[in-house]
Design a protein. Sequence first.
Length: 394
Amino acid sequence: MARDLWEFFNMTGDAQQKNRVRVALPEKFEDVKHVMEVGTARHSVPDSIRPMEWLEENGLCLDNIRPDDSTIPQAGKGAFATRFLERGQVIAPAPLVQLRRKDMEVYDSDDIRKKKAKTWRDGTQLLLNYCFGHAESSILLFPYAPVVNYINHGDSIEANAFIRWSAHEGNKRKLLLRTPDELNDSEHAGLMLEFVAKRDIEVGEEVLVDYGEEWQEAWEKYLEEWKPPLDEEDVAYVNPEVLNDIMVPVRTVEEQEEDPYPENIQTLCFVGPFDEKKGEKTKKTDEWGEGYDWTFYHNMYFTNKKGYPCDIVARDGEDLAGYQSVEPDGSHYIAKVYKRKKSKKPLIVRKVPRRAIEFYDRKYQSDLFLRTAFRHEIGLPTKMLPKAWRDVNV
């Protein structure tokens, strides 16, 4: 009876229904009992759960490092050991996507709508900074394992880790024998590096690898020749943290007509999860529109998720009791807050203290995305470069 029902489901129904039913059924009737015990999903992927012994022999640990603020000036984030790592221990695997150097080039055009428009090279993608490469090859290797892209540079003395080709079966070493053009035609990635402890690394210690002499020289030259870049109005780029640190008064929209901020700067207002019912007591309409008074809430400043793009339309001379402004005259601000993503109508918030307004980079306009920003691949040691990849004459 049960077998007849199983065969019936396989034979009846339209194509769409039959496909859905068939996917949920096992290949053999004899497996139906097992499906009923573990479920169709578990049965369809029988190797999804492995014993600890198998994992210890075949698995790769991904949680030996975590991201945090780097100990290196100007480096941003870094990777830190979550546990003690012995010399020679694999810190993290790094599966790789093979790319070509020319794929990193950025182009611009005087009119992208025209086929015969004038185009020119206008920089290099930020992705290059996270790729491994060698001057004698057009191949670039981008690692896509968790956290490994946070591992910063340390010279040959400071570095406590190094890279090597992985001995894991997941590393398709046959790809090392292919030419760059052949790799370019590959439908799948398959190469894998691994980061290895050069010496014992303590818990909480930042993991560093040597990016190579070429990278070091390029970085030192960049620092020596660096000049503040200008925008289209010849206004120098300003890091928003500089404005936040000195707590300067925020210019109103009207004031910015005479004295604008650089193009990269935007203001965010921390207004929190506003409840209109609770705001009824302060609700009023004036020349700016319908709005409410700013209110403080716990943990307001611990996440920029509660910061919303805003325009400062005026300074309010009144002082909000209990939230003294850093302004010399004790003033607060009236802001148009663009809190609702689907609505272009801003929320008017009054009595916003200066400390609830911060400067941020606009999307894709931080110093990382400047055309003059540092761009250089991480050095792949010469001893690791396959002969088949050497297609560039140096």
